[in-house]
Design a protein. Structure first.
Length: 272
């Protein structure tokens, strides 16, 4: 049942989505009419609501992926398909100690917090004070600020304060500056992951990871998500899709020098 102060996702007959917080006496308005918040309070998730113009809307609690694409942004927010991939490939597990940078709008931060659970610790660095404050608000709006999140208004290139973390997840322009800092902060066997929009950045990062001789294997890939149209006889991919968001570079920290091993992409030959 919806209560006052709950976040609501409302979907109109064209599939347009809106998110707002329920307030006694509040109103939601679109060109399809107005709905009183009081009429939604007490309703069950998944039920219908009608505007005064007679248009029907479906009401749900917003999912994470609904929320992050609608939340106020400072920095470019990450796409849900990339978040999903990061959580699995970086093997973010309940109880993990994770360093993240930059926090940006806090979209990836929320996903990391949900994956590490209450027993994990997340240390998230953001260089810009305005983004740091916005991220804090966005996280609080979705899940209330947990005490296992340490948000820092700090340049990660100047140093990582934490020792022996399990994972380092970066979404910032020059992640190669962080590699020398991982000597003490990332544990051996730990995972380093960076999200990068351009090939030049990927090249610099892979060169730096290889030069450090502390990371193996190094994998680079991107994910594509293509929706399908399934209506009657028309079963085909949608005409439009998001073509490119970012590349993911991922590597494991080794205790020794991995130069005797084959180069990064050889794993394709020995199975996935
Ligand atoms: C693409 S955004 C990150 C978006 C974020 N992943 C999200 O889901 O909302 C990149 C962020 O990195 C921050 N940044 C850039 N360099 C940084 C540094 N050296 N230390 C910390 N944050 C940095 C930027 O200010 C920006 O907010």
């Amino acid at each position: 049942m919806f209560s006052e102060c709950d976040l609501v996702l409302i979907i109109d007959e064209k599939g347009r989505k809106y998110i707002f917080r329920l307030k006694k006496g509040g109103k939601f308005s679109s060109h399809l009419g107005t709905i009183e918040h009081n009429d939604l309070i007490g309703k069950e998730e998944g039920s219908m609501a009608k505007s005064q113009l007679g248009s029907e809307f479906l009401i749900f609690k917003p999912l994470y992926k609904d929320y992050i694409v609608k939340m106020p942004r400072g920095a470019q927010v990450i796409y849900p398909k990339d978040v999903a991939t990061i959580l699995l490939w970086a093997d973010i597990f309940p109880g993990a100690r994770v360093v993240e940078a930059g926090t940006g709008s806090g979209a990836l931060t929320i996903a990391l917090l949900r994956a590490i659970g209450t027993t994990g610790m997340l240390f998230s660095y953001e260089i810009r004070e305005d983004f740091y404050k916005k991220a804090m608000k966005n996280i609080e709006e979705f899940m209330s600020l947990p005490n296992n999140l340490i948000l820092k208004n700090k340049d990660i290139y100047e140093g990582i304060d934490e020792d022996i973390v399990d994972r380092v997840v970066l979404d910032l322009p020059e992640p190669w500056h962080v590699i020398p800092l991982l000597e003490n902060s990332l544990k051996n066997g730990g995972i380093f992951l960076a999200l990068l929009p351009t090939t030049i950045q990927v090249m610099n990062l892979v060169d730096s990871l290889e030069a450090s001789r502390r990371f193996y294997p190094i994998e680079v890939f991107e994910t594509m998500l293509r929706y399908w149209n399934v209506r009657g006889q028309s079963v085909r991919p949608e005409h439009f899709m998001v073509g490119h968001t970012a590349f993911i570079v991922i590597a494991r920290k080794v205790a020794g020098n991995p130069s005797l091993f084959p180069r990064s992409m050889e794993h394709w030959k020995i199975g996935f």
